[in-house]
Design a protein around this ligand. Sequence first.
Ligand code: NAD
Length: 354
Amino acid sequence: MEKRIAVISGDGIGPEVIEETLRVLEHATMNSGLTLNYTHYLAGGCAIDSKGRPLPEETLRGAQESDAVLLGAVGGFKWDTLPSDMRPENALLDLRAGLGLFANVRPAVLYNELASACPLKPSLTENGLDIIVIRELTGGLYFGKKERGEDWAYDTMRYSEPEVRRIAQVAMKTAMGRKKQVVSVDKANILESSRLWRSVVNEVAKEYPDITLSHMYVDNAAMQLVRYPKQFDVIVTENMFGDILSDEAAMITGSIGMLPSASLGSSKLGMYEPVHGSAPDIAGQGIANPLATILSAAMMLRHSLDRDDIAKSIEKAVSLALESGARTKDIALANEKSVSTTEMANTVIGFLEA
Ligand code: NAD
């Protein structure tokens, strides 16, 4: 089977981690019956430089016509002083909107081998951690009506039933492939939109009798994540709460260079990217950790290309690479020797082949 992948390398370390990820994909899909056809597109700072805008028309069109989008990262010092509508990061918002991606799925996995990177007490994370935060991406406080007066301003948190229903469906389906536990996070003791959220999530859960659903207020969820993170399997929440909680969950795992993400919509088409940015401070040095992007490619295989088997083989190879002691600088202890971006990818490829 052939699939079309739109590859957007972007800026900074984006091209470095994408290049290594494509090599890993080449090995992972070899003899699998799946052929990936890549088309490269510009977005972010490099697109501003050569096309005059963060998201050129052909990039959006190419992404829309693909089976999946694999993205490195965009942005950098060079474009920091541009007016807000010309910033490289706008390419991401416009891509998500243009592709109808309403669910951001962020696994926060703490590998046993990296336990020392976790800022929590070891007893809280014994045998690793595996949480998925599912954040609503196109509604809520970030997209509601807002206004600024001379000495006042307001933002609104608005949700409709269909918006909540579709994100709740993503959470339930995700949990079905895991421990079948969903915690829906809201602020239903105060916010009307949260009361709607809670009742719709309850309704959707009736279609999934195997799922254990519970509700948690967002302030409590923030506390519980650091008090006892193992209690969580799948967390589903609105846009701003999810923005904050997914960063908190990411921090628990210790390294931003390890965390993948997927943005999904109602079709199979999704966008897959590492959680980290373009890391201009280390760009061009060949030391960036490629694992977040490699794991994002695994998510792409699972969600957009229906190849859970290949996704699992990549995830297993990453785990074995870490077990073997391979560490890029960001995850190495002070006294540990570190490997380059390419050496890390080579180690993963070695375990894929083994
Ligand atoms: P960042 O994630 O790029 O970097 C934060 C720190 O983490 C830096 O010290 C960096 O060296 C390190 N780091 C990040 N990824 C790493 C990796 N794979 N391996 C090793 N170390 C890694 O965040 P920032 O510094 O706040 O932002 C830099 C630029 O990236 C900004 O222009 C920002 O707007 C942009 N950004 C883009 C995205 C995206 O494209 N999705 C996301 C966040 C930030």
